[in-house]
Write a protein that binds this ligand. Structure first.
Ligand code: CMC
Length: 393
């Protein structure tokens, strides 16, 4: 009803009010609940940021302790869930397994599905933050064919995630503190980013009153594409291919600028940022330090990424289109140095994005303005025609 306006890709359409995340794309500013990302990345922790995004304010010491304790207590998964995780073929991409696993959580915790009951929503929130950490460790371990490990409640969220992912069974494993801090920071940087493709998907699915697990499973699928979260894996593939082809950064950039079919500088460009992505600035600063502390003092692929960036920042094509590195440009190199395979990069992004998806879904469910998401279209198909039986066609 009324006039329908076209806006492919929702370049100019706001679908909601939100108090969660603020982005000024021209100035390169990102804030969660008003706090600059730089301060949170330097001083906070992932679960504290999760609390902030979901509940709207930084927790007191007691609130934080209780939140961390509740998440920790739920990290163990049901034995049947372990079996279920083990049934996916090892050839499958972990993002497909991750979305299926999050969707399947609803079948294990039917008491946590009511989208209007605050206590149930809080339970689903804690369950998702806890179980996705375990699921992400399992994705790595089942891909390499190693037994799944049980959580250790005495350790921190990120520390125990690294232990469950990389420890050899029955052997002491204490992850390097620099790695723990770097991964904690990366999760914070990914925790929310207002109405991006996956978050808009979570809200769209939730607008039909589908439960939190179903909505987030859909968000994980949206994130998997190479134009969105899948870009971190695509960047490493691109760097590896350039290196294998002789390492000529300029030649590759010529192909990008000539818009050769399927050739884009992955990890560059953003719908909202027309300036340096503030998350990429933080990641780039820590990449060198992290790689050194992990023993990869000289990384050819990091050098190559830096040359591509330098060429781009001084090239007319990228300058006039305001294309800068985004968060995905350097993260893969860090994940790789930590020991993750390329296919684990996007699941790590998804793990970090859980608080944002949860906060956005909760905000949507409690907003009286919310209506079922239902875009209109401009019909361009055939006008009315008569059906002909098959023998007359
Ligand atoms: N390499 C080369 N050219 C590009 C790139 C790139 N990475 N990104 C945009 N352009 C060009 C594009 O060809 C177009 O040129 P023209 O005006 O001549 O047609 C212009 O810049 C505008 O691009 P667009 O595709 O219309 O912009 P968009 O807002 O629809 O897309 C984007 C944003 C992120 C999908 C796009 O920049 C892209 O494909 N980047 C590479 C993939 C990537 O790194 N994605 C991660 C995004 S950030 C975090 C996340 O969501 O995961």
């Amino acid at each position: 009803t009324g006039v329908v306006t076209m806006d492919p890709g929702f370049m100019n359409t706001a679908a909601c009010d939100s108090e969660i995340t603020y982005i000024d794309g021209d100035a390169g500013i990102l804030r969660y609940r008003g706090y600059p990302i730089e301060q949170l990345a330097a001083k906070s922790s992932f679960l504290e940021v999760a609390y902030l995004l979901i509940h709207g304010a930084l927790p007191t010491a007691t609130e934080l302790d209780s939140f961390v304790e509740r998440v920790n207590r739920h990290t163990l998964v049901h034995e049947d869930f372990r079996t279920f995780m083990g049934t996916f073929p090892r050839t499958g991409h972990p993002m497909a397994v991750m979305s299926s696993a999050v969707n399947a959580l609803s079948t294990f915790y039917p008491e946590s599905l009511d989208p209007f009951d605050p206590e149930t929503i809080e339970l689903a929130t804690v369950l998702i933050l806890a179980k996705t950490r375990t699921i992400t460790s399992y994705l790595h371990r089942s891909a390499v064919g190693e037994p799944l490990l049980y959580p250790d409640y005495s350790r921190g969220y990120v520390e125990d995630f690294l232990r469950m992912t990389f420890a050899v069974p029955y052997q002491q494993y204490d992850p390097d503190p620099t790695t723990v801090a770097a991964l904690d920071q990366l999760l914070i940087l990914h925790a929310d980013h207002e109405q991006n493709c996956s978050t808009a998907t979570v809200r769209m699915v939730g607008s039909s009153h589908a439960n939190l697990y179903a909505s987030i499973a859909a968000g994980i699928n949206a994130l998997s594409g190479p134009l969105h979260g899948g870009a971190n894996e695509a960047v490493l593939k691109m760097l590896t291919e350039i290196k294998a082809g002789g390492g000529d950064a300029r030649e590759f950039m010529t192909r990008v600028k000539n818009k050769e079919q399927g050739v884009r500088l992955m990890g560059f460009g953003h719908r909202v940022y027309k300036n340096y992505d503030p998350r990429a600035a933080i990641v780039k600063k820590s990449a060198d330090a992290v790689l050194q502390s992990l023993g990869s003092e000289h990384d050819d692929l990091l050098d190559l990424a830096m040359s591509l960036e330098e060429i781009a920042l001084n090239d007319e094509y990228f300058i006039e289109r305001k294309l800068y590195p985004n968060v995905d440009f350097y993260t893969g190199l860090i994940y790789k140095a930590m020991g993750f395979s390329d296919q684990m990069f996007t699941p790590l992004f998804a793990l970090g994005r859980m608080p944002g998806w949860i906060a956005q879904w909760r905000e949507m469910m409690s907003d009286p303005q919310t209506k079922i998401g239902r875009p209109r279209q401009v019909y361009t198909g055939a006008v009315e025609r008569d059906y002909l039986p098959v023998e007359s066609r």
